[in-house]
Each structure stands twice: as structure tokens, then as C-alpha cells.
Unconditional design. Structure first.
Length: 270
């Protein structure tokens, strides 16, 4: 089993004392690919980072590759984390670094300190970085600076690191939120192909419900920190989706009484 959750409850240390995840039961087999969907604030990111052993649960049981990460000594937990690749929605890439260096950093856990330092100045395996970037349509950005990438390019740069990692599970948070539809399809296909080739587990949160239903065989719907459904895609109905997102539409913003929209200057900044 890659992940086993039994009545798992997670609270954030800051903010409200309400649990972000409430008594979740979830089994994820090695090599399985599933999509997490649900409205904003449902707990998708919290679940992914809990699976990545970044949040210690408040209650319940978490087993990652058969062991409780929080019962392990810190060094062993660190070793376990190296088998997990968490791709956050906003990747924390060092801004002044070249893309090639940022991508090759995925191999840091396997390098000696001397090799890691050398790679900062002369990238050790630029061909591997190029190939990973190429698969996400970013081959031309190998030597670009990270802070000159667009939001979508940064996202894909972070995913290229995933290809160079040796992880057995990919935990990917909204990988296509900044991508156009064509790039979104390529990106999901690349992630799924990589996971299938190395028999890695893929858990992917998505706001694009139709993409989730089109690409993933298993769909987990989260709302208010609870699993609302966990089903093969054929059994997920439009009514279930509507109920999952019910009342989530944003109320239109009332125009300010003193400044009706038609009187705002062209180019006004909202
Ligand atoms: N660092 C934090 N400190 C305190 N509360 C947090 C923190 N991060 C998230 N939360 C809260 O935990 C709950 C779940 O948030 P989470 O980010 O996991 O949801 P999400 O489904 O990923 O949302 P989105 O789709 O908007 O990214 C929310 O109520 C959120 O306000």
C-alpha cells in the first residue's frame, strides 16, 4: 500500500482550530492514479502535504509505504520523504537560479555535497534537464532565469524536477491551473505516462473537474475536509459534482456606491 489513512484528522497550527481534514479513510495502492477534486478550501492541498509527511496528523493513523512516518526518527522520516515528490501549486524555485540548475536540484538527495556545489556553477547533467523540460514543452528555457518564467512555465519547470526525482509517489497540486487547454493536456499526459512507466503512485488535485473525469480512473471528492465520494469515474454523476460544488459560486461584487463602474477611467486597476 502506498498510503493508508484511517480516521485521519489534520489541523493547521495557525488559523482556526477547526480541522482541515476530518477523520479521512483512504487507501491508495502502488501505481494507482487518482484525482482530488473539491471547492476551494476543501482540504486538497492539506491532504497532499499530509501524504508528503509535511503535516503531522492530530489524530488517526497515517501509513506511507507501510510505515507511520511520525513514529520514525527524523532522519528515517527524511529518507521516506525522498520517496515522495510533492509539487506545490506555487513552486518555491530560487528566483535567480537558471532553470537547468533548478531542475537538476531534484537529484540533490543522491549527490555528495561536493557534486551538489559543483553543479551550482557547472550543471552536471544538462542533457537530462533538457529532456525533462522538453517533455513539458520547455526545452527552450534550459538556461533562462527562473524569475523570468511565466507562472505556467514555472509550474512546468517544477514538474520537470519530478521527472528527475527518484520518487515512488507523485503528489501534485493543481499542476494545470496556469496552463492553456493544450498545454494542460500535454502536462497531465506527461505526468501520467511517467507515473505509469515507473509504476509510481500519482495523486493530483485539480480544479478542472472535466479534466479530472477525462484523465483519471478514480475520483475523490473533498469538501469541508471530508471525503464526499471516492469512486471510479464511471460512477461519478453530474449531480454528485453539482452537490460537491453547491453554493460555491462567488457572489457578484456590488458596485461601490460612490463610483459606478461606467464612470471609472479606462485602464483603472482593480
Ligand atoms: N497554513 C495554514 N494555516 C491555517 N489554515 C490553513 C492553512 N492552509 C490551509 N488552511 C485552511 O485549511 C483548509 C483547507 O485548505 P486547503 O488549502 O487544504 O484547501 P484546498 O482544497 O487546497 O483549497 P484551494 O483549492 O483553494 O487551493 C481551509 O479552511 C484553509 O483556510
Amino acid at each position: 500500500m502506498s498510503f493508508k489513512l484511517d480516521k485521519l484528522t489534520v489541523r493547521h497550527l495557525t488559523g482556526t482550530r477547526t480541522a482541515a481534514l476530518h477523520e479521512l479513510d483512504l487507501d491508495i495502492q502502488p501505481g494507482e492514479q487518482l484525482a482530488l477534486i473539491g471547492p476551494s478550501g476543501a482540504g486538497k492541498t492539506t491532504l497532499l502535504s499530509t501524504l508528503a509527511c509535511a503535516h503531522q496528523p492530530a489524530a488517526g493513523v497515517l501509513a506511507v509505504f507501510g510505515v507511520d512516518p511520525w513514529a520514525l526518527p527524523q532522519k528515517a522520516r527524511h529518507g521516506l520523504r525522498a520517496r515522495l515528490f510533492l509539487a506545490p501549486q506555487t513552486p518555491p524555485l530560487p528566483p535567480r537560479q537558471r532553470v537547468v540548475t533548478a531542475v537538476l536540484a531534484a537529484r540533490l538527495p543522491h549527490w555528495s555535497l561536493a557534486r551538489a556545489l559543483r553543479s551550482l556553477f557547472t550543471p552536471v547533467d544538462p542533457d537530462a534537464a533538457f529532456e525533462a523540460l522538453r517533455r513539458f514543452g520547455l526545452g527552450d528555457k534550459l538556461y533562462a532565469r527562473v524569475d523570468r518564467l511565466s507562472g505556467g512555465e514555472r509550474q512546468r519547470c517544477s514538474l520537470a524536477r519530478l521527472l528527475l526525482s527518484s520518487a515512488d509517489a507523485f503528489l501534485v497540486d493543481e499542476p494545470i491551473s496556469a496552463l492553456d487547454p493544450a498545454l494542460a493536456r500535454i502536462t497531465l499526459a506527461t505526468l501520467q505516462e511517467e507515473a505509469a512507466n515507473r509504476k509510481a503512485t500519482l495523486v493530483c488535485s485539480l480544479h478542472q473537474v472535466e479534466m479530472a473525469r477525462a484523465h483519471f480512473g478514480r475520483i475523490v471528492g473533498l469538501r469541508d475536509g471530508r471525503i464526499v465520494f471516492d469512486l471510479p469515474r464511471e460512477q461519478v454523476t453530474d449531480a454528485m459534482i453539482a452537490a460537491l460544488y453547491e453554493n460555491e459560486q462567488i457572489e457578484p461584487h456590488p458596485p461601490a456606491a460612490h463610483e459606478p463602474p461606467e464612470r471609472l477611467a479606462v485602464g483603472a486597476c482593480f
